[in-house]
Design a protein around this ligand. Sequence first.
Ligand code: MG
Length: 259
Amino acid sequence: MEAAYDVVLLDLDGTLYRGDAAIPEAPAAVARIRARGIRPVFVTNNSSRTQSAVAAHLSNIGIPAVPDEVETSAIVTAERLVLQGSRTAFVIGEEGLLEALRNAGVAVAGSETPQVDAVVVGFDRGLDYQKLRQACLLVQRGAVLIATNADVSFPAADGLWPGAGALLAAVEATTGRTAEVMGKPAAPLLQAALERGGGGTALVVGDRLDTDIAGAAGLGWDSLLVLTGVTSEADLGVDGPQPTFVAQDLRYLFRERAR
Ligand SMILES: [Mg+2]
């Protein structure tokens, strides 16, 4: 691997695992990253799981990880609320997001709340019309609109489910407002992940051109696209941000150099 990198920011789904199973090359690759003295940070746009849950899942599939090595869009969203002075939030989201907000000292408002500082939108498999309506009303009353990520779909075993971005689209369409987004390809999540890794020069590794690679390109950082997830060779060469490196899988990080 290029000695030039201090931190490797690793996407999860499609890069380290698919569903519940590790991608075969991933455990050894992460172990080799560590052995080289390069710091891995596990980065996910998904706000529904806590850092502990992500670390436990990785450890279970043969990639030992601790919560402090995990950066999620939920954590970054909570930090952003604190920075901008939002003390109360109405939340479309699951436990990972709720925990992150509680840990940051942001009060999560109930369904009848008349006013909040911020409306936060993340992935929420329990969302109903009443909650969606309340989020829209609160935005119209002046709440800041912030989203964990803008992924329109969530890849499930039986097909694509509406992702946080699809739920956000309903709020934006209703209110005419545009959310500030924390997750890839927006910069805040990747910047926070690099900081979590101790700073320095980052390599972003992921399977999606529109999030992982676009996010790295936007920051001027190097990226490696692995073809173990949603992107195939046929998708390459189209307009848009291009990865620095492309490879079949993570073994590329430790390939023998031709010269
Ligand atoms: Mg991915």
